[in-house]
Design a binder for this molecule. Structure first.
Ligand code: NAD
Ligand code: G6P
Ligand code: MN
Ligand code: MN
Length: 433
């Protein structure tokens, strides 16, 4: 039987994952699911772990659920390790979102200064986990969901000995589902050629039953109601002239780059009303855990769909199943570029449609990205690389460099001020600095 270990098991997303394992049990016979957390997450782990047990019991499946704060015991002989942890919990996210806004810079959990600091807190932890994997389950696949997923996978590829790593985001599958809905066809008939980076991914073409419908879908993206595919970002719609000439599908995170002023204005309002995303999610999480506590609840409650990570379980479990069963189907994941996208280093992480085999994802060759998007993708990759290096070394100057070359930062001076304030605010979780 398969042994799965989920690090950050106390996450409110865990029932999503458990539902995925239950639904695909026939093709993916999981025997053991170990949910790992830390002291601060103990109560969440208890609550969500007990719900997981009830869900599995209701489904009548022989999956043992173990709850533990002891990562090493959990990892012994694991087949798949999934990571979904948040160093510093939502309080840290709130700082990531709010501090940059004081300097007129967007605050977001995976972009700009917020993304940088989430990376600085997370990368040392993931590299420790990699060392444990090397020692305790060297054949396991590491499926990383922890944000900033692109930067985290970049760090694993460059600074650990783990080769069997895949980064996962629900945005590509969310776009597929969203486009299917817009076109009113079943999502199984939609295929999108994805290429780029995590939260910086483009759909180079989109097909229904093999026929390109790109022009039609691009037109639909001009409507604000259609322009975001995740709950955590309000789409603002694209100028028709811009999106038509860009001539590829955008992801919701592109709003922060191509609509900087309008997105910032929205965030500044949220800052004032106390409704930044971290604050919204704090309330949502409270409600979710109240529901999870109910001993009569044995399903994933629909309220979880208000979180940005919808379809995460589908994405995660279909990926694990395709590796386990050597399915060779196509899925968008974060993996080593290996020459698939020209102009991005071969050893860097990219988010790209891949054939998923027992030996991992094999990227489908893209070649050069269209000129109109290539520059931004390269710039973000440079940011991620310098940021990962800063996270590993604790080099203050590298952190300032990383933030200054990020396209959301107005100047080196503001970068330095933000870095100074955020290093202080997060110092408890940044032992390397
Ligand atoms: P959360 O705040 O609920 O944190 C999850 C758990 O991680 C908590 O129970 C916490 O105690 C635990 N944790 C913190 N540090 C840990 C450590 N060192 N070891 C083990 N556990 C630790 O977070 P969430 O909102 O459920 O999100 C979890 C993660 O998933 C975040 O990093 C988030 O950004 C990410 N996420 C990714 C995507 C994606 O598309 N890749 C989508 C949604 C969420
Ligand atoms: C999705 C993304 C995640 C992101 C999350 C935020 O957009 O793919 O990477 O972090 O949702 O969701 P939340 O509900 O926590 O704001
Ligand atoms: Mn057991
Ligand atoms: Mn994501």
């Amino acid at each position: 039987g398969i042994k799965i270990v989920t690090i950050g098991g106390g996450s409110s997303y865990t029932p999503e994952l458990v539902e995925g394992f239950i639904k695909r049990y026939d093709e993916l016979p999981v025997r053991e699911l170990w949910l790992v957390d830390i002291e601060e997450g103990k109560e969440k782990l208890e609550i969500v772990g007990n719900l997981a047990k009830r869900m599995i019991q209701k489904a009548g499946l022989p999956i043992d659920v173990h709850l533990t704060l002891d990562r090493k015991t959990a990892l012994k002989d694991a087949d798949f390790v999934t990571t979904q942890f948040r160093v510093g919990l939502l309080d840290a996210r709130s700082k990531d979102e709010r501090i940059p806004l004081k300097y007129g810079v967007l605050g977001q959990e995976t972009n700009g200064p917020g993304g940088l600091f989430k990376g600085l807190r997370t990368i040392p932890v993931i590299l420790d986990i990699c060392k444990d994997i090397e020692e305790l389950c060297p054949n396991a696949w590491l499926i990383n969901f922890t944000n900033p997923a692109g930067m985290v996978v970049e760090a694993v590829l460059r600074y650990s000995n783990i080769k069997k790593v895949v980064g996962l985001c629900n945005v590509p599958i969310g776009i597929e589902m969203g486009v299917a809905k817009l076109l009113d066809v079943d999502h199984s008939r939609i295929r999108i050629d994805f290429a780029g980076l995590n939260h910086m991914v483009y759909g180079l073409d989109v097909y229904v039953d093999g026929i390109s419908v790109k022009d039609k879908v691009i037109d639909l993206l001009t409507d604000p109601a259609n322009s975001s595919f995740v709950k955590n970002i309000d789409g603002l719609g694209w100028e028709p002239e811009f999106i038509r000439s860009l001539n590829v599908l955008t992801c919701p995170y592109h709003m922060y780059y191509y609509k900087k002023d309008q997105m910032l204005e929205k965030e500044l309002k949220n800052y004032e009303t106390g409704e930044t995303r971290a604050e919204v999610v704090q309330k949502l999480e409270k409600e979710l855990f109240e529901l999870y506590k109910n001993p009569d609840l044995a399903i994933k409650p629909p309220q979880l769909e208000e979180r940005g990570g919808a379809y995460y379980s589908d994405a995660a479990v279909r990926l694990i199943s395709s590796i386990y069963n050597d399915k060779r189907d196509i899925q968008p994941v974060n993996t080593q570029n290996n020459g698939a996208i020209t102009g991005i280093p071969s050893d860097s992480a990219v988010e790209v449609s891949c054939m998923i085999t027992k030996d991992g994802p094999k990227p489908i060759v893209v070649g050069e990205l269209p000129v109109q998007v290539q520059g931004l993708v390269q710039q973000i990759k440079s940011f991620e690389r310098v940021a990962a290096e800063a996270a590993v070394t604790g080099d203050y100057e590298k952190a300032i460099l990383a933030l200054t070359i990020n396209p959301l930062t107005p100047s080196d001076s503001i970068a330095k001020e933000i870095i100074n304030e955020m290093l202080e605010a997060h110092k408890e979780h940044l032992p390397q600095f």
